[in-house]
Design a protein around this ligand. Structure first.
Ligand code: ZN
Length: 126
């Protein structure tokens, strides 16, 4: 059986490369770095999607106000699309699906809310 020192780089004559132990050490260090960084990346991605949702709320609110000025009543998101106040139906970016259950509601006071707000780590628009 080989002793640990016989596996090391310097003892092998004329063979360039790394030993299994050296490669394992490198992969272990890389795995630790990825494990430390991954939750941070996930949090940053989620925060950017919530900010995109904030922007959707603001854009729909402005379109709804213009609609209200003309029609005298608050629209639903579909009315804004039908009347070309917005180009197309807009969905919460956090949902990753284009389904009406993740669209936006406009209440009788013109307040715009995200239907997917329960899945946000913070309230949109704050
Ligand atoms: Zn949302």
């Amino acid at each position: 059986m080989l002793a640990i020192h016989e596996w090391s780089f310097k003892d092998r004559k004329g063979v360039a490369g790394f030993t299994i132990l050296e490669l394992l050490a490198v992969f272990a260090i890389l795995a630790i770095i990825v494990a430390l960084a991954a939750p941070r990346f996930v949090a940053v991605i989620e925060e950017s999607k919530i900010k995109a949702c904030d922007n959707n709320v603001e854009m729909i609110r402005k379109a709804a106000e213009m609609y209200y000025e003309v029609k005298g009543e608050w629209p639903q998101e579909q009315d804004l699309v039908d009347e070309n106040y917005i180009e197309r139906y807009i969905y919460c970016p956090l949902s990753n699906t284009e389904s009406e259950e993740y669209a936006y509601d406009i209440d009788e006071n013109g307040k715009v809310t995200c239907r997917n707000a329960a899945n946000h780590s913070r309230e949109p628009g704050v």
